[in-house]
Design a protein around this ligand. Sequence first.
Ligand code: PMV
Length: 360
Amino acid sequence: MNEQEFIPKKYSGLIPAGTTTWRAPSNIALVKYWGKFPDQIPANPSISFTLSKSATTTSVSYEPKKQNSDGTSFTLLFEGKPKEEFRPKITTFLGRISRYLPFLNEVHLKIDTSNTFPHSSGIASSASGMAALALCLMDIEKGLVPSMEPEFLMRKASFLARLGSGSACRSISGPIVEWGMHKDLPESTDLAGIPYNGKVHQVFQDYQDTILLVHKGEKTVSSTAGHDLMNKHPFANRRFEQAHDNLSGLIGVFETGDLERFIQIVESEALTLHAMMMTSLPYYLLMKPQTLSVIQKIWAYREQTSVPLCFTLDAGANVHLLYPLQYREKVLQFIKNELIAYCENGQYICDQLGEGSKKV
Ligand code: PMV
């Protein structure tokens, strides 16, 4: 893959008016992306489970610009209401990708977006949000380039979504997506996420992710600032090597279904992500006391029951509980008995592996 293939030749027709709607899921990384180089090039490869229910649906209506103005032009509704806070991120995104979608300078867009997960739940909406928007824009481009293959549309959508939010490039397809060059995956690239096409043991089919909403407020340090702190981080290089090794380890685990090793890699990745935050300068913490209590309860429960339940964390305090479908009832009972007390307003979201984005 190279960036040149995403710069289109001149469009033949005029830009019509229309509307397109896409639903893109969130994703949860097993090997974490943490640290990047300019133009959203990841410092290490990552791999994620695509979720099913936690998603963003975005409609984009488009029409030729009425006045001849420079740059991109859009209005934005979030859950039916104007949302000024989102404008700067989308302005930057559209500006960055207009080189790959030149029609953006000639249209006015009406973007209408909403999430399935509760507003300010602490679940990052940037991955699903940027993925859904990138897909809508690719659908508009497909109208101008009718010969475009569906596979190219998805690939370029992932390439574009990456430029909005790195992890968004893993929200286009499913159920497992890899992003970033890795020696064991010849097709892998820093430019986009690719659906993982290695062997996957049936234990991972319909794998469950129950998200405990431990803290629903805004993060005190953004992911952008966190990635930047990896630039001068004393442990950065060793960490990047470790991510490569953990990804190699997971490739083996996907094939054999070795859940003990899966748990070891996934929990270590989550704790390492937060350890990187705690050892940057300035250092910071995104876990809350409830996060630690939940982790300790999970370890005790696993010890007592041998249920292969493990956790992972995003850049926040919420805890993702990962486990095979066959343990669903047991784990949900455990959550009700012991973990719900640590969730803000007792809230949690039952999700599972999903197939990726869909046109609505
Ligand atoms: O996509 P960003 O820039 O918001 O970074 C997200 C990074 C983590 O969610 C912490 C890890 C990951 O790989 O998704």
